[in-house]
Design a protein around this ligand. Structure first.
Ligand code: MLC
Ligand code: AMP
Length: 441
């Protein structure tokens, strides 16, 4: 059973959001009502606003065995059109929740798709990653073991609910344990500190959030009290790790995951929290580094996704003899700790913990009338890890840089917008006409 705490629900708080709390009894009742309204549907999309209703719909769909596509509430028109055309939901849930008398349904099969999460590639539009129930169940249990995570834990975070970090690990995780999610509404250091002072035991965040925590020493004592500070979705710089330790007395636990694999490795609660490493493979996850070190990380195990929706070609490409090729480059230290040192594709950018494909942004910018040629790169950024930079050859008069950023935010998503626009006379190209991005950096 994926969510045992909902089968015999208690009066304990399951979901705590700024505007409303739901106990397990309330959540179970509301989710079973949603489940009634979803029975028989092939797929449902939900606008993943940060509010408890999003979790109620996701849980209702999990009870009903209907795969859920979480939609970024700020998604732009082009990206939304793609996600809807690709996933073909027979219902898109926004303000009005599907409803009816609460139903009890048999537990769906472990191989049944649970979530379809869209993730960027280097080129083309995002792909829908189809995650089965057993991936969620086994992965959350492996994390529970790694972190001694129980129903007594209150997980605090301010993550978006349309990715596996915030929704999978951050919401379904605590619900599987029978514990509490305390969502901040949106991330701020002050709100995170307040929630930890108010009973929070674990904090989940991306490195950008820890960078901001390290920059606000007046709240250090609250973070020092947490049972566990966990970072993931991008590399936590050693300098941030060390600064957080100096300020709070706590060393951040780093884990490494991916939409297609959920979590692969983590430092254990009683393990050595070495800066720059993501710990050991989780129970049940097999990990190997292929080729000369640093080599590519490949993983195998019950944590893996089923396929990219409607993309058998792309699915085939990422598997080698049953092993999933992550594209991440790593070395393994003598004691087995994994140290991620880079990425195979230069056209993937991780900004604020979001994966962003350069090609997708280039295609969007080329639709702007003032853009003749464009190349998008990622540049180191203290706060975001990397920032999206657009190198533009203009057609006619140069537009305001903000106009190009807004164009991308409107077509794709605000987090994909270029943070810097550089106008150039020409792009460096090789004899074949291919842009030499390395020369732009
Ligand atoms: C600014 N905004 C605009 C805009 N400029 N909106 C539209 N058009 C424009 N031109 C708005 C934004 O919408 C937002 O609104 C606000 O301004 C600030 O947005 P931002 O610039 O994106 O915020 P930023 O400071 O960059 O955000 C940092 C952050 C965020 C850390 C809070 O990057 C974040 O939430 N990251 C989490 C990503 C994540 O969950 N990744 C997990 C992937 S799964 P408003 O209203 O929001 O303020 C994965 C697997 C694994 O990786 O291992 O976990
Ligand atoms: P996504 O496709 O958004 O799920 O992002 C997955 C990618 O994020 C991985 O392939 C890694 O490149 C990166 N990532 C996640 N966690 C970590 C980590 N702890 N350290 C370094 N990179 C990470």
């Amino acid at each position: 059973m994926l969510l045992p705490a909902l089968a015999s629900p208690s009066s304990k708080v399951a979901l705590r959001f700024p505007e409303r709390e739901l106990t397990y009894e309330q959540l179970a009742r509301e989710a079973r009502q949603v489940a009634y309204g979803l029975v028989g549907k092939r797929r449902v999309a939900v606008w993943a606003h940060v509010r408890p209703e999003t979790c109620v719909v996701v849980v209702g769909a999990l009870l009903a065995g209907v795969p859920v596509v979480p939609l970024n509430p700020k998604v732009g028109e082009r990206e939304l059109a793609h996600v809807l055309a690709d996933s073909e939901p027979d219902l898109v849930v926004d303000d009005e929740l599907p409803s009816g008398p609460p139903v009890d349904l048999p537990e769906p099969d472990g191989e049944a798709p649970a979530l379809i999460v869209y993730t960027s590639g280097t080129t083309g539009p995002p792909k829908g990653v189809v995650l089965p129930r057993r991936a969620l169940a086994t992965n959350l249990d492996a994390l529970a073991k790694a972190w001694a995570w129980t129903g007594d834990d209150v997980v605090v975070h301010g993550l978006p609910l349309f990715h596996v970090h915030g929704l999978g690990v951050g919401v379904i995780g605590p619900l599987r344990r029978g514990g509490t999610v305390h969502h901040l509404g949106s991330f701020s250091v002050v709100k995170a500190a307040g929630a930890l002072r108010d009973g929070g035991t674990m904090l989940f965040g991306v490195p950008t959030m820890y960078h901001r925590i390290a920059a606000e020493p007046e709240h250090a004592e609250a973070f020092g009290k947490a049972r566990l500070l966990v970072s993931g979705s991008a590399a936590l710089p050693a300098s941030v790790h060390e600064r957080v330790e100096q300020l709070t007395g706590q060393r951040v636990v780093e884990r490494y995951g991916m939409t297609e694999t959920l979590m692969n490795t983590s430092v254990r609660v009683d393990g050595d929290r070495r800066p720059g490493t993501v710990g050991l493979p989780l129970d049940g996850v097999e990990l190997r580094v292929v080729g000369d070190e640093p080599g590519e990380i490949e993983v195998r195990g019950p944590n893996l996704f089923l396929e990219y929706l409607n993309r058998p070609d792309a699915t085939r490409e990422v598997f080698r003899d049953g092993w999933f090729r992550t594209g991440d480059l790593a070395v393994v230290e003598p004691d087995g700790y994994v140290r991620i040192v880079g990425r195979r594709a230069t056209d993937l950018i991780k900004s604020g913990g979001y994966k962003i494909g350069a090609g997708e942004i280039e295609n969007a910018l080329l639709e702007h009338p003032a853009v003749a040629e464009v190349a998008v790169t990622g540049e180191p950024d203290d706060d975001l890890g990397e920032r999206v930079v657009a190198w533009v050859v203009v057609r006619g008069e140069a537009p305001e840089p903000e106009a190009l950023s807004d164009h991308v935010a409107r077509l794709l998503s605000p987090h994909k917008r270029p943070r810097v626009v550089r106008f150039v006379d020409a792009l460096p190209r090789n004899d074949m006409g291919k842009v030499l991005k390395r020369e732009l950096r």
